[in-house]
Design a protein around this ligand. Sequence first.
Ligand code: NAP
Length: 436
Amino acid sequence: MRHFAVVGSGPAGFYTAEALEKAYGDQARIDILDRYPVPYGLIRFGVAPDHQSLKAVSKRYDKVAESAGVDFIGNVTVGRDISVAELLDLYDAVILAIGAPHDRKLGIPGEDLPGVVGSAEFVGWYNGHPEFADLDPPLDGTHAAVIGNGNVALDCARILSKTHHEFEGSDIVGHALDALDGSGITTITILGRRGPHQIAMTPKELGELGHLEAASPIVDGADFPPPEADEALEPGHRKSITILRGFAGTPADDSKPKRMVFDFFAKPVRIEGNGKAQTIVVERTELDEKGAARGTGETYEVPASLIISAIGYSTPPVEGVPYDERGGKFLNENGKIGDRLYAVGWARRGPTGTIGTNRPDGYEVAELVAADMPPGSSSERAGASGLKQLLATRGVMPTDYDDWRKIEETEVARARPGSPREKFVRVEHWLETLGR
Ligand code: NAP
């Protein structure tokens, strides 16, 4: 028998568990650990609440969790309640699937002013992440800015622009829905330090902006290279650019009160304000020979009392695990960190790719594990029973699959009309539900 610990229950963790289960059958026990009593990481806390179809992939993970060789162990924080070295004593292999939950810093003056938030914080706030339940982003001004030209920037801008009615069927948390209902924001400026051809937004997500109930996308046609330049683009990307060109060619709909303004070639220089963010100073850029943003020296101000920085994420360092500062992920070679220690997903590759990218990633790492300790081989490691004994000496009470289901059923039972669930937003809420 082999014992494997997968740390993190997001997509990367679940695909890896699925692959290990397939490779080892009843020759292994696989424990998926999470710091929270509910699983799914990015699916629960990252994917936009109005993108329920993307969240449906969790049904596949449900099947993994229900399979005989897999257990969910929640309410355990690796690096605090137990170290990686201790896990390696208890398990044959430890696979870190902890994602990239930290915001990268802008590195400009004023970014610590109230009113400036990272996308992990803002997304966490509207998705019910316990760390960000109290974020209370300022929504009383009329202008917001989102920095970055990726899909997360789009998510944030879209959530700011949607009406109550448009959130029907979503699982946005009640506190965020109430706050957004009272929002005064009518202009959302999306700042890209490079041009339309350099966006990291995908067609489906961009296309949605053309159908918003209360907001029109505003794009300046002068920002684009000549149309022939689109021919060299990869087809999916070309589609995105075609959508953007379409926005540029469509006048703003005056019946809609909100504007989502794409400001390209605009690099944030500093954030200013009297005790809180009021304006963001940006420098006009152009592309250099390598396609990077080069400042032109021309600056201007964009008013914004809420500034969301959506410029990418990093994995937090964990004691004893080699870390790649520049890449914001664990140092690893194709997923292998060291003897019996592996990384998958964003903790392995950095924060890029779709949910589906984690599938081959998890399967690849499971193959590495299987090559290192072939199915059929065994060891005397204690696995979950040893883990639980150790945690008990530290006063840590792990939760299990039944606890997670009980929490979920309670959330569903408490759903507001039009929402599939009313998410709990604090660890205490979850534990109270379990009578702890
Ligand atoms: P991303 O796709 O890497 O985009 C980051 C953006 O931030 C880029 O436009 C980048 O511009 C910009 N940026 C980086 N540093 C900057 C700085 N210092 N100043 C100004 N701009 C800066 O990251 P993401 O949006 O966080 O998304 C992460 C991953 O999740 C992506 O693979 C994304 O597609 C995926 N995702 C998918 C969905 C979906 O499928 N619906 C939703 C959300 C996220 P440069 O290009 O100039 O560096």
